[in-house]
Design a protein around this ligand. Structure first.
Ligand SMILES: Cc1cc2nc3c(=O)[nH]c(=O)nc-3n(C[C@H](O)[C@H](O)[C@H](O)COP(=O)(O)OP(=O)(O)OC[C@H]3O[C@@H](n4cnc5c(N)ncnc54)[C@H](O)[C@@H]3O)c2cc1C
Ligand code: SF4
Ligand code: SF4
Length: 614
């Protein structure tokens, strides 16, 4: 009855919601597109099958509907495989087979009675936009966070307007019904669960540009990817982070930090005004003189201060001569010093240090290749860290004049499209014939050697696509023919590769604001994260460091990787987290400007100076 392979795949869903955005140009799941419950997206169907496999969900009308509306079109296989290597269509088939077997037995689905709360919600949003069907509810009950327990909501509701959100909140406040609001659930910190009502804002996807005022107004169901795509069409971009994250959620949750925060800032730097529904159902906007003060910041864990129903975020004009380059570094301190220097001089629109784990994981189509290449990059090529800089031609020329070895976009494309051949092509032997005093990366960065490298590595879309399952290769060859997919500027604006960081195992990210004046502090912090991870036998690595506020502060991420489906791994994570917390508090007590992101959660709309300098 239960397909074990399907159950295993379903349990691995990372909830990063990449199957809820059309990032490969495949279109979206045909049965879900356009503001449905998450249950109708591939992500929800994965969770549903997990609950079915555990025998925790009866067959209901909702379950039959979800299974029947899947056309087995295969879109989710492409979207999910690109990021995670998982193949959800196995799950989708198993779900259909499960329902088909049920129907063949002529059994009746369990009927789910309405109740007062459901009636009230349906009065506000209409019949099909609120549910208490367990097949819908179970897809809102969990995320991969190893520190939280699953919580089954009593109802899920899809409001379509600010007015409806206000009425829902008022009803919940008057009737003591707990609730939470959910964007795409990609924060994966156990936040978007409630034993009461989950308010899913997926229907509210309106985007309205005001180009003369350099801003774009987005409703709370608008994702980073969708607004970026529309902005770029008009010659602008916005500061966004994860592509599947909703702008309002990302702002509320963490204030949006990205490599572009180097020039565009964080938190209140990102928006012009925002509208909210307060906990009593009242409505306000932040430019209102008597509005609650969401610009303030306190170093404390805070509850949700309201539901953001719309935000006007800033638009920045695109430049035609903008380019991306990568600068390799053999050690962390030199890389930090370099990036701070750039920030103080206000060079570049985006900048950051990426660790070896990120670089190899983002570029590699499979986890196996990523791990091989991490070794090759660090041991054979000498690259421990890469500084990414995006800037106009004046900026890039100035960086090159600083005398650092530079991986330009041509070399990056060679390495990217030739990725599967790098370890085996023999070009690593060529490096041995060169100057012993130079780092190997200094040799490969020499322009005169590009043709030699290209001949050895043979970069091409089909070479890279060749690393995917055979039936996927034709599709991915077409994907990689699009030059945007190997363009450092495009890749950083749309960030479609970054959720690959969770491909090997689910990632628990520790994010901190850090002072940049003394690189030793960050170096020590990095060492402490590693020490604790090693002690608990957890795979871990430095993620990234981005300068903000002209090099006075930075955003630092260190990642622990665990299999969220393995009790033993969850236990290791739980055991380590207390030590990590104590270590961070110790650092925060000693150094001004060092702050853990847990204190900024739900305060992301604050003025960035209040956050960075209090
Ligand atoms: C692989 C990966 C990489 C990431 N990298 C970055 C990064 O570089 N920079 C960064 O800033 N973040 C990053 N994040 C974090 C993530 O983008 C944010 O947490 C974001 O909020 C997720 O968006 P979501 O729509 O999925 O939010 P959800 O998970 O649905 O919600 C996040 C929180 O916001 C609340 N919320 C949701 N909608 C609203 C609303 N309309 N009004 C008020 N509160 C609301 C929810 O209750 C919840 O507490 C990363 C996440 C992943 C998985
Ligand atoms: S792993 Fe990600 S892309 Fe795949 S089904 Fe789950 S949420 Fe969607
Ligand atoms: S196979 Fe089914 S679940 Fe996957 S995208 Fe197509 S319709 Fe949606």
């Amino acid at each position: 009855m239960i397909n074990k392979e399907a159950a295993m795949i379903a349990s691995q869903c990372r909830h990063y919601a990449m199957c809820k955005i059309d990032y490969l140009g495949t279109g979206l799941c045909p049965s879900a597109a356009g503001g449905a419950f998450v249950s109708f997206y591939p992500q929800g169907r994965m969770d549903l099958y997990t609950y079915i496999a555990a025998g925790r969900i009866p067959v209901t009308a909702g379950l039959i509907d979800i299974a029947d509306t899947c056309t087995l079109c295969g879109i989710c296989d492409r979207q999910c495989c690109f990021i995670t290597e998982l193949r959800p269509v196995v799950v989708m088939k198993a779900l259909k087979e499960y329902v088909a077997a049920f129907k063949s037995r002529n059994e009746k689905p369990v009927s789910v009675a309405s109740d007062d709360v459901l009636d009230a919600l349906r009065n506000i949003v209409g019949g099909k936009n609120a549910s208490n069907d367990p097949a819908i509810l179970c897809t809102y009950a969990n995320d991969p966070c190893p520190l939280s327990q699953p919580v089954f909501p009593s109802h899920v509701v899809l409001p379509g307007t600010e007015e409806e959100i206000s009425l829902i909140v008022r009803y919940c406040a008057d009737n003591n019904v707990p609730y939470t609001v959910r964007g795409n659930g990609g924060s994966v910190m156990g936040f978007v669960m409630s034993k009461g009502v989950v308010i899913d804002v997926n229907r509210m996807q309106n985007i309205e540009f005001d180009e003369e005022n350099f801003c774009v107004h987005v409703e709370p169901g608008v994702t980073a990817f969708n607004v970026q795509r529309e902005a770029v069409k008009r010659g602008f971009r916005v500061n966004t982070a994860e592509p599947s994250a909703m702008i309002a959620a990302n702002l509320m949750c963490s204030g949006i930090f990205s490599l572009f925060s180097h020039s565009y800032g964080i938190s209140a730097d990102n928006y012009i005004n925002a509208r909210f529904v307060g906990p009593d159902g009242s409505r306000f906007n932040l430019n209102q003189i008597d509005a609650p003060n969401l610009f303030s910041y306190n170093k404390e864990e805070k509850p949700l201060s309201g539901i953001c129903t719309g935000v006007s975020i800033k638009l920045y004009p695109l430049l035609e001569d903008e380019k991306g380059i990568l600068i390799p570094f053999p050690d962390f301190i030199t890389a930090i010093t370099f990036i701070r220097d750039l920030a103080i001089r206000r060079m570049g629109s985006a900048a950051g240090i990426l660790g070896g784990e990120y670089i190899s994981t983002f570029m590699a189509p499979t986890a196996g290749l990523a791990s091989t290449m991490k070794e090759v990059f660090s041991k054979n090529v000498g690259i421990q860290y890469l500084v990414l800089v995006i800037g106009d031609s004046w900026c890039i020329e100035s960086v090159i004049k600083m005398g650092v070895p530079v991986i330009d976009n041509r070399l990056f494309r060679t390495l990217f499209l030739g990725f599967p051949n790098i370890a085996s092509s023999g070009w690593l032997d060529i490096l041995k014939d060169f100057d012993d005093d130079a780092y190997p990366f200094e040799i490969i960065a020499k322009k005169e050697l590009y043709p030699l490298l290209e001949a050895a590595i043979r970069p091409s879309p089909d070479v890279l696509a060749g690393a995917f399952d055979e039936d996927m290769r034709e599709f991915f060859t077409e994907v990689y023919k699009n030059e945007a997919m190997t363009d450092l500027v495009w890749l950083n604006m749309f960030r479609i590769l970054s959720s690959r960081m969770g491909r090997y195992k689910h990632v628990v990210a520790f994010i901190l604001y850090v002072p940049l004046a003394d690189p030793i502090i960050i170096f020590d912090l990095d060492k402490q994260f590693k020490r604790i991870a090693d002690k608990h036998d957890i795979k871990a690595d430095f993620g990234f460091l981005t300068p903000i506020d002209q090099g006075k502060r930075g955003v630092f991420e260190y990642d622990y990787y665990i299999d969220h489906t393995d009790e033993h791994e969850i236990e290791k994570m739980r055991a380590s987290i207390g030590e990590v917390a104590a270590m961070i508090e110790d650092f925060s007590g000693r150094y001004k400007g060092l702050k853990w992101i847990k204190y900024t959660l739900y305060q992301g709309f604050c003025r960035s100076e209040n956050l960075l300098y209090t």
